[in-house]
Design a protein around this ligand. Structure first.
Ligand SMILES: [Zn+2]
Length: 428
């Protein structure tokens, strides 16, 4: 029997509303007991971890990650993404479907689940594409994929532009009690754009993406979800107006959840003015007023989840011009430190709210009943954090790619130990 005892750390759990010094006993991959002092018996064959001065939180559940496998193994694989995740305190990820081929059938989902079982050191869950080949034309085999084990449906990378198709997909997501995740971007509005439409894009004379591209789809989808009463989840919300629409929808009792990514509450389009392609992502970096709105939404409960949108790309691709380089940045390894540095240490959100946003809520949305909390009986997926540890983000990552806009930035609060199913998978 594998046993672990974590002693002297501050346990932070949103579900049980705990934030206090407790010992944690792990047996057979599960949380066995939380108590003020768990004594060590002489005959115990047990590994003891001293977590003095550290926070013990549930392993992070990142519901937005691109593992790039199959088809994009030059930038990342399921194995390398899982190692990057472990280094970031992330113990479960939801892989996005825009691989090559895309994950749009039960056959490919079954294959990938088996591959993840063999290669990944954390839990890798999969989303299924809403439309066949992610072409936005007809539904994929959603019911079969659901049977095969997908945790959500999305065409991430693109929105479902066809309203009829969206309605069909929402009806299925309601029937299967599985969230539909929408990448909110009206492609007619955003086509060709690379930077937020505003002062910076005008000054640099680069093609831009108007905020309406996001807002229109957020509004349309909220109305559709309200009409069908289906569980809708808005991915990577970046605009002030999206947050206001979400707040309004939630007040009216509409079943909608939403995520934001750290780069959207950390950086603005001014940061992208150097045209360094590590600042090119979709949705694009917005403006100060948007950061203010995102932080307000994180604080007041309008936003449910923080996700990384980990999007690795090889150097050769990101070396291209700002217009030609692909969208996306990596994020698994820096997400927790960004959240602690920018939100927790600056007292915008509490430690418990951090755990709700990073662990409990994403687990709930994905239907992972035994994850996201440290209550006895839950899976022993744990992240031990040193809140005072300061590290300057290096050029080299555990991920196969290094396209991060945070290289060189000094951040506080890093994971020092990651446990998955009671097994230590990462030590800093
Ligand atoms: Zn997306």
């Amino acid at each position: 029997m594998i046993k672990l005892l974590i002693k002297n750390g501050i346990v932070i759990d949103a579900r049980s509303n705990i934030s206090e010094k407790l010992d944690v006993l792990i047996e057979n991959g599960k949380i066995k007991k939380l108590s003020k002092k768990i004594p060590l018996k002489k005959d115990d064959d047990i590994e003891v971890i001293d977590a003095k001065g550290k926070w013990i939180i549930p392993g992070i559940v990142d519901m937005h990650a691109h593992t790039r496998e199959p088809g994009g193994e030059r930038s990342e694989t399921i194995e390398s993404a899982s190692k990057a995740a472990a280094a970031g305190g992330v113990t479960s990820i939801l892989a996005m479907p825009n691989t090559n081929p895309s994950t749009d059938s039960a056959e490919i989902i079954i294959k990938l689940i088996a591959l993840a079982k063999k290669k990944a050191i954390i839990n890798v869950f999969f989303s299924g594409a809403i439309s066949a080949k992610r072409e936005g034309l007809k539904l994929s085999a959603i019911k079969n994929m659901h049977r095969a084990g997908i945790k959500a449906i999305t065409d991430d990378g693109s929105a479902i532009m066809d309203e009829n198709l969206l309605h069909q997909a929402l009806k299925l997501s309601k029937q299967l009690n599985m969230s539909l995740l929408e990448h909110c971007e009206d492609s007619h509005i955003s086509a060709g754009g690379v930077l937020n439409k505003g002062k910076v894009s005008a000054r640099l004379k680069v093609p831009s993406i108007a905020r309406e591209a996001e807002i229109f789809i957020v509004l349309r989808d909220i109305l559709a979800a309200a009409y069908i009463r289906a569980p809708l989840h808005i991915q990577h919300a970046s605009c002030k107006e999206s947050i206001e629409l979400l707040r309004c929808a939630k007040k009216s009792g509409i079943c909608v959840t939403a995520e934001v990514c750290p780069h959207h509450f950390m950086l603005t389009d001014e940061d992208a003015a150097s045209l360094n392609t590590n600042f090119k992502m979709n949705p694009p970096l917005r403006e100060k007023k948007d950061i203010t709105a995102l932080k307000k939404g994180l604080k007041d409960g309008t936003i449910d989840v923080i996700a990384s949108d980990h999007a690795p790309h090889p150097k050769s691709e990101k070396k291209k011009s700002f217009i030609k380089a692909p969208f996306g940045i990596i994020g698994l390894e820096t997400m927790l430190a960004l959240v602690i540095s920018e939100l927790v240490l600056k007292k915008i959100i509490s430690k418990k709210r951090m755990v709700e946003l990073l662990c409990l809520n994403p687990a709930t949305i994905m239907g992972l009943k035994s994850k996201g909390s440290l209550m006895p009986g839950m899976d022993a997926d744990i992240c031990i954090v040193d809140p005072l540890k300061k590290i300057t983000v290096p050029r080299k990552f555990v991920s196969k790619s290094c396209n991060s806009p945070f290289i060189g930035r000094k951040l506080s609060g890093w994971p020092v130990l990651t446990i998955v199913s009671g097994k230590v998978v990462y030590r800093r």
